[in-house]
Design a protein around this ligand. Structure first.
Ligand SMILES: CC(C)(COP(=O)(O)OP(=O)(O)OC[C@H]1O[C@@H](n2cnc3c(N)ncnc32)[C@H](O)[C@@H]1OP(=O)(O)O)[C@@H](O)C(=O)NCCC(=O)NCCS
Length: 129
């Protein structure tokens, strides 16, 4: 059974390997702004899953969830999100949001299974540089 634990800076390369194996872009170290809201899954000596959170004082965001393809459908993502949710609640966060690409049917199925439901808001964005 994989262990769910806090990210440490020594995990950075292994976490990037999980993101890459899961087809997700890696994140520069400097963008890991709140390591206390970053949770990893470790199976043996190998990091096999990761999720990252942020909290702006009102809303939480769940970002960068990925489980290595060889470790899927074992409940690892569910456990990662439960741990992050508990951490967010402890710091006063009452609602968490996340974004899913519209063609990510598996991702959407996963989130809906956990009760994270689509809402009608439209994401607006603009580069500031
Ligand atoms: C989405 C992802 C994180 C799920 O990880 P996981 O550890 O396999 O998920 P879990 O085992 O906790 O799945 C829990 C439930 O979610 C649903 N689910 C998970 N993967 C699914 C899939 N590929 N298709 C349909 N439903 C799925 C199922 O209901 C599953 O329960 P079950 O296995 O008893 O049927 C993983 O597939 C992944 O890393 N995908 C690539 C990255 C990504 O899409 N991240 C999320 C984008 S926001």
């Amino acid at each position: 059974m994989p262990v769910i634990r806090s990210f440490s800076s020594d995990d950075y390369e292994a976490v990037c390997a999980v993101w890459t194996a899961a087809g997700r872009e890696t994140l520069p170290r400097r963008e890991i702004t709140d390591p206390s809201l970053m949770v990893v899954a470790q199976d043996g000596d190998r990091v096999c899953g990761v999720v990252m959170g942020t909290f702006d004082g009102r809303r939480g965001w769940i970002l960068r969830l990925a489980v290595h393809p060889q470790h899927r459908r074992r409940g690892i993502a569910t456990r990662l999100v439960a741990e992050l949710g508990a951490r967010l609640r402890r710091i006063g966060c009452l609602r968490a949001n996340l974004l899913v690409l519209p063609d990510n049917a598996a991702g959407l199925a996963f989130w809906q299974r956990l009760g994270y439901l689509p809402c009608p808001d439209v994401l607006c964005t603009k580069p500031l540089v």
